[in-house]
Design a protein around this ligand. Sequence first.
Ligand SMILES: *Cc1c(COP(=O)(O)O)cnc(C)c1O
Length: 251
Amino acid sequence: KYSDGFGPKITGISHVPYNDLEALKAQISDKTCAVVIEPIQGESGVVPADKAYLEGARKLCDEHNALLIFDEVQTGVGRTGSLYAYQHYGVTPDILTSAKSLGGGFPIGAMLTTSDIAKHLAVGTHGTTYGGNPLGCAVACAVLDVINTPETLAGIKAKHERFKARLEKIGQQTGLFIQVRGVGLLIGCVLSDAWKGKAKDILNAAEKEGVMVLQAGPDVVRFAPSLVVEDADIDEGLERFERAVANLIKG
Ligand SMILES: *Cc1c(COP(=O)(O)O)cnc(C)c1O
């Protein structure tokens, strides 16, 4: 749906179901240039890939001489508790994209690749007005100095547990969620049948309590907080969230 209204769309791209290695196997051939995968789907509901799926995709790409590209715009720069999600899975792509957390709020996006592929992208090959912008790069370097440390990355894993425990409890007590999934500080709460399609209502109720949460499609409430959020703020935020849910149930 994100590309609707932006036609004509690029041709020659096939979409296959996520986490379905057989579907990828059926589609890939020696004519395939590249396979693009989100290691954890963000907008589509916070769906982590199975390790075997990414390993299988890597193997298929190698067999067919295709590049494996990970879209890590949402999962990268510490979001999962590893600097990049591919490290969490132990599957290395040929190219990965990075943005969002990379600038800690400042706009910057980047593409990372191997030295072999990078050779083909000399200065001027793919220029943009703001490409290599010194201010943007300086901000991203400062962000990496904070995030790419053992303390911050370990903190993200600990904060995941804090979120998950409380959210699972809220889910059980209210019947709101059937599953709390995700990695690090990219967390999705899957709504139960009774609440299906109502993620937006939950967002609105939370906003009234002064806490901003996200949705990932109509059936998943998404939490993607600051990577250095304090424990006290997590507790306060989830207390507000719990209040919001209680109000919504009361009608
Ligand atoms: C936000 C997002 C994008 C968009 O990135 P831009 O840098 O705005 O082009 C792409 N992929 C994923 C997975 C995203 O979450």
